[in-house]
Design a protein around this ligand. Structure first.
Ligand code: LLP
Length: 416
């Protein structure tokens, strides 16, 4: 459930009419709801409250400082995949001791930075990475806390681009090599084995892949215990899907209940969750203005002022996100492809959408809080749009709209 609701045909973000925000800040613009972010975070946190746990919000889903600060104030942990994300967490007031660091190619510099900041754990994805972390830790006279990301070879049944737990994917260490990898890590004197982790994919709408994965990892943890290698935490990654259209993903409660049932008798293991999308997606919308309505021979186009550079999910994954007017007109609509100004046929936000709209109307692309702004670019030299946080009746610009000079900041003419 989110806090974007209609009152008398006008879309509100919490207590503020979206059109009022737009009148002041213009389009396109991302608008987030603090109450929705908090509600989703609490849904996860409450659902696993009976177990020792840490919610590590996946920063990549939405890394805006305003968003991170809201979660940091709740005491959230964070899952990061770069030094840049760690810097953001710290800038937002997050606690590095609650940070886990995922990703297949952490640089020496990133490892050193994370060690300096005292993060909770490195989620290690390969043998050479074990060596690299051990070497950097040795140079710094530290012991690096590590967990091994195990690729469980489970089909997450999601889009191939966001499926990560299959043998064919680049992620993690395969189950067959897992025990050997832990034994090897155990020989490296500047590593401190803390955990086991996995992440099988994103926008997963069934429970069975999660439960299958957990069972496989628990079996490995038992095998390690028999060899005297103790695992203190189990990080089950993120991946719980959200409702964009007709999907009916499990509620975090159901998801957590399934995890808890599978973990009965394992109360010694701290459970770490890395949800990203399920916290942020429905806490954000992208608002865009209709510039022109254009009648093609075969299709009608609603040409809007947001484009694939602002929200790439439809173009990249053929993702479907709901598009609704912020001020609903009475009467039947017409079918439109909602397209942006970028010079590519793939530049669409939605196809065959029935809308009753006129030029200058505002449209809200729903469920845009995750993998929205973070994947935005300056393609076609378009300024990235602002990000705005609504908190009850208050409105904060948590990222300003870029200006033309921002577009070529750091560039220069060749001298002659
Ligand atoms: N942990 C790790 C190690 C991950 O790689 C990811 C996402 C997450 C957690 C969070 O997963 P979530 O709970 O958000 O599903 N850009 C794509 C999604 C890519 C997800 C990549 N990894 C999209 O727009 O659908």
């Amino acid at each position: 459930m989110d806090f974007f609701t209609y009152k008398d045909n006008l879309l509100f973000a919490e207590e503020v009419a979206v059109d009022d925000i737009i009148a002041e800040h213009g389009t396109p613009a991302y608008i987030y709801s603090r109450a929705t972010l908090e509600r989703h975070w609490h849904a996860f946190n409450n659902a696993v409250s009976a177990h020792k746990h840490l919610i590590c919000y996946a920063v990549k889903a939405n890394s805006n400082i305003g968003v991170l600060s809201v979660l940091a104030k709740l005491g959230s942990g964070f899952d990061i995949v770069s030094g840049g994300e760690l810097a953001r967490v710290i800038e937002a007031g997050g606690d590095p001791a609650k940070v886990v660091f995922s990703g297949v190619a952490k640089t020496q510099g990133e490892i050193a930075y994370a060690l300096e900041q005292g993060i909770k754990c490195f989620n290690v994805e390969s043998f050479p990475e074990l060596d690299r972390i051990n070497t950097v830790a040795k140079e710094m006279g530290k012991k690096a806390p590590i967990s091994l990301r195990i690729n469980p070879d489970v089909d997450a049944k999601t889009h191939p681009y966001i499926s990560t737990g299959l043998k064919a994917n680049k992620f993690g260490i395969s189950r067959e090599y897992a025990i050997g990898a832990y034994e090897y890590a155990n020989t490296l004197s500047n590593l401190d084995i803390q955990g086991m982790d996995c992440h099988i994919g994103s926008q997963i709408t069934e429970l069975s892949p999660f439960v299958d994965t957990l069972e496989r990892l628990l079996a490995l943890i038992d095998q390690l215990a028999a060899k005297g290698i103790h695992i203190a935490h189990l990080d089950v990654g993120g991946g719980l899907g959200v409702r964009y259209n007709e999907e009916s993903p499990p509620h975090p409660n159901e998801y957590a209940a399934a995890m808890a049932t599978t973990m009965v008798g394992r109360e010694d293991l701290m459970l770490i969750l890395e949800p990203g999308r399920a916290i942020a997606a429905n806490a954000g919308i992208l608002v865009t203005k209709v510039e022109f309505l254009k009648q093609g021979e075969e299709k009608n186009f609603a040409i809007v002022d947001a484009a694939m550079n602002d929200l790439i999910r439809p173009a990249l994954y053929n993702a479907w996100q709901k598009i609704e007017p912020t001020n609903v007109r009475e009467g039947a609509g017409k079918k439109y492809d909602v397209v942006g100004p970028v010079c590519e046929t793939g530049d669409f936000l939605g196809k065959d959408r029935v809308l009753n709209i006129e030029p200058n109307d505002n449209l809200a692309v729903k469920s845009a809080g995750a993998y929205g702004f973070v994947m935005a670019s300056n393609y076609n030299s378009r300024c990235r749009c602002p990000e705005i946080m609504v908190d009850g009746d208050k409105v904060y610009v948590v990222r300003m709209r870029e200006t033309l000079s921002d577009l070529y900041k750091g560039e220069q003419r060749v001298p002659n």
